[in-house]
Design a protein around this ligand. Sequence first.
Ligand code: COA
Length: 153
Amino acid sequence: MKHTIRPALKEDIPSILDVLQPFASEGIILPRTSEEILDSLQYFFVSEKGDGICGVVSYHDYGPKLKEIRSLAVLQGETGKGLGSALVQWVSEYLIQQCPDSKIFVLTYSPEFFKKLDFKEVDKDLLPEKIWKDCQNCPYRNHCTETALILHR
Ligand SMILES: CC(C)(COP(=O)(O)OP(=O)(O)OC[C@H]1O[C@@H](n2cnc3c(N)ncnc32)[C@H](O)[C@@H]1OP(=O)(O)O)[C@@H](O)C(=O)NCCC(=O)NCCS
């Protein structure tokens, strides 16, 4: 059955949480509440198969020059089929269309996955200070081991 990627709708929020929650519990991605997702619903996209949501991707908008891909997750059982790559490529193309000059970055524990998609590792200190605002509540904020990568194009 074919996957379709589309903007998230309010009624998708429980399914989005179902996809994100197992990885948030493991500390692989930042936890999100339904209120946070609702508040930033315009930044969420889902991959749908039949009437089920199998994957999620979101971005944070730091203005016309800087965008962050975040909340990327594929339902356990649906991984390894190209869905994660399709979501990253989809949101990257969307952002490039919106803001052709923007830098697209990601902070991740899966740098090798992003390297296959033309992201290149960069020194985290090169990213502007404002991106760390979101990390205030993270238990790893003083010893962050995530890798920063920027999309090369
Ligand atoms: C990372 C994740 C999104 C990948 O989704 P996926 O649908 O399995 O990815 P794809 O099938 O498109 O994989 C593409 C390639 O990346 C590789 N890959 C997948 N996950 C990987 C990982 N965590 N690390 C390194 N390589 C990975 C695949 O083996 C595949 O390689 P190939 O092209 O040589 O066969 C998914 O495993 C996931 O949801 N992980 C938990 C959440 C997470 O880590 N999100 C990223 C944080 S920003």
